[in-house]
Design a protein around this ligand. Sequence first.
Ligand SMILES: Cc1cc2nc3c(=O)[nH]c(=O)nc-3n(C[C@H](O)[C@H](O)[C@H](O)COP(=O)(O)OP(=O)(O)OC[C@H]3O[C@@H](n4cnc5c(N)ncnc54)[C@H](O)[C@@H]3O)c2cc1C
Length: 386
Amino acid sequence: MSVVIETEEHEALREAVAALGRRYGRAYVTKALDEGKGPEELWNEAGELGYLGVSLPEEYGGGGGGIYELSLVLEELGAAGCPLLLLVVSPAICGTIIARFGTEGQKREWLPGLADGSRIMSFGITEPDAGSNSHRITTTARRDGDEWVLNGRKVFISGVDISDATLVVGRTEDARTGKLKPALFIVPRDTPGFHRTMLDMDLAAAEKQFELVLDDVRLPADALVGDEDAGLLQLFAGLNPERVMTAAFAVGMARYALTAAIGYAKERQVWKTPIGAHQAVQHPLAVAHIEVETAKLMMQKAAHLCDVGDDLAAGEAANMAKYAAGEACVKAVDTAVHTLGGNGLTKEFGLASLVNAARVARIAPVSREMILNFVSHQTLGLPKSY
Ligand SMILES: Cc1cc2nc3c(=O)[nH]c(=O)nc-3n(C[C@H](O)[C@H](O)[C@H](O)COP(=O)(O)OP(=O)(O)OC[C@H]3O[C@@H](n4cnc5c(N)ncnc54)[C@H](O)[C@@H]3O)c2cc1C
């Protein structure tokens, strides 16, 4: 199938990234977690090899490819058991938004580092009282002379501790009308008034989540990315890639879990044939495989639409891909754990921790229900209940 859809270059990139993933593997992530570390070595090596920056423009140190290539990188690392979650935010959201809407100065300052991985940027939109409903965000940016002053709170923001800066979604306060508009600001990690508290997540992931408080955070005029009046358009230029990348995260993890389960089902024998010979064991694996491959196809379509610049069509496809991949991943991991029987719950086989991790793709960055709402209203034209 992939021969028809992908070019030889894609296949070569897939194989090269898969080889890197195999060298690290799940054991690397497990060890990093036990030591309370992040996946720095893998991140740095992937950066040096050009994989982190594959979607960013060549003139700023990137590979000149698109979200298709970047999603392929995340999928293959995930399929090897070592996904890099921050690929979703640093190059895919922040890199895309800066490349499309940043000033020349912002591009020169940030894109080469985001491309080679030497700099990382996190992304903060979610707020305690504005989760699924991001129209309700209250983080506010006020002009004070040449500066911006930001106040507000964010929650569940990934990787703030290891990010050089966070791209914060706020609202500007229009001095004349008092009207609020969404706008994006680069907030360097050590800016006075920018406080973070690590959340105690029950997740076996190297990347941590944070609650942020912005308390009179003063930023120079050039911290604003893009036009303060074009917030939504700019936001979605980053959010469509985010959904495609979350789909890639889910497809990769699902492939990893299914490969482990299929290998086990071929070996494990408690009657006269391996357990994988029983249809009650093989059919759920076959269903899971079909659903993962179907979701992947939608992900590839969405990535392609992002890369040709059809933001509207990409939005719909990226939402559907994220939904399909999230659901396929949750089911594939559940099926894999069950295939291993008791071993599915041991640390040695390492699948049980994926049960929680898989659900991230169902909740973030936009929940399953909000995608169903979007498709109901935008695609099917049904009325809104809220
Ligand atoms: C591991 C992890 C990493 C994350 N990283 C980031 C990050 O880096 N940056 C960032 O900004 N955010 C991040 N998030 C936040 C994530 O995007 C939010 O958790 C998500 O948008 C859901 O918001 P919420 O948690 O407030 O849930 P809520 O909005 O409170 O929703 C709770 C439940 O109610 C349902 N619901 C709500 N409204 C409706 C409705 N109208 N119709 C039907 N159902 C509804 C939802 O589907 C959900 O099941 C992360 C979250 C996680 C878990």
